[in-house]
Design a protein around this ligand. Sequence first.
Ligand SMILES: [Zn+2]
Ligand SMILES: [Zn+2]
Ligand SMILES: [Zn+2]
Length: 331
Amino acid sequence: MGSENMQKEEKKETLALYRDRNVQNLLNKFLNGEIKTLEPVFNIQTGYHYHIVEKIVGDVSQVEPFLNKLYNAGIMERKLYDEVIFCPKCGSASVSFHYCCPFCKSFNIQKNSLIEHGKCGYMDIEPNFSKEDKLVCPKCHEELKKIGVDYTKAGIWCTCRDCGKSFDIPVPEHFCRNCNATSNFEEAIIKPVYSYTLSENVKPESFLDWLLIGAIKDFLIKEGLTVESPAFLKGKSGANHSFDIVACKGDKTKAIVLDLAMSTENIVSEQPVIALFAKIFDVSPERAFLIAVPKLNENGKKMAELYHIQAIEAENQDATIALLKQKLAAA
Ligand SMILES: [Zn+2]
Ligand SMILES: [Zn+2]
Ligand SMILES: [Zn+2]
């Protein structure tokens, strides 16, 4: 039972996210193809940025929590894109890597390839084979011709220019270009950075209604109306009725009410028409709209006409807004 409740809670949270205007904005960009994969862009001073999300959310510090919420709700999937190393002293992301001598910690080291001459088996660093623009074996004095055939590269050999010692594996160290502090792996603040894609199990239908409501709200506001969503209106009976959107020009007695009905079977039945009629019978708004996603059955259409409900079949967002605009203009 506990886990069932938790699932319900999660569902509710996910639905709440779909109602969030910022979430709708971002998901819309995925849906209309503007974004396929949300990838961060690097700034040497400030680290990675998701500019599109920053524009939507407004506050840069809210971008990460915003994306985390979408990831945790299963709306977005993420892939490790990079890791950013931050200076533990000043927090700058302008951190470079130094490869240091394991003996004296200097990063003033010379890195050389090791070359092995196949014929005589002699192995040494590359500079010792270099003769003008050729490679010649210092042991048997034969010219080296083709890598992988008569000679091979056998790894890397480093020499410290400060203490003179040689070694094969240098020790990495981070250098902050901002405050000049050095830090090692243990001290460094390392943060994963992700790229995001829309989760495959999020079907457009599952949030189309919320996206639509957002788009319709925006449209009505642009038309100069005061919009509430969801909204309650008191009827003659004294009962409060909820509508997905109520819009009015100041005076609530001349309200436009709008409900959205969705069907998972591709056609909306007459049921939401009846439900809307019961409410408008009590509330008497100026006009009533029912947006059916994606279609309304014949019975529903007939009843809508009878009840003076204007039905709009919403195949997509733009078409819905266009139809609504047309119907609003034809008062
Ligand atoms: Zn620093
Ligand atoms: Zn050294
Ligand atoms: Zn040789």
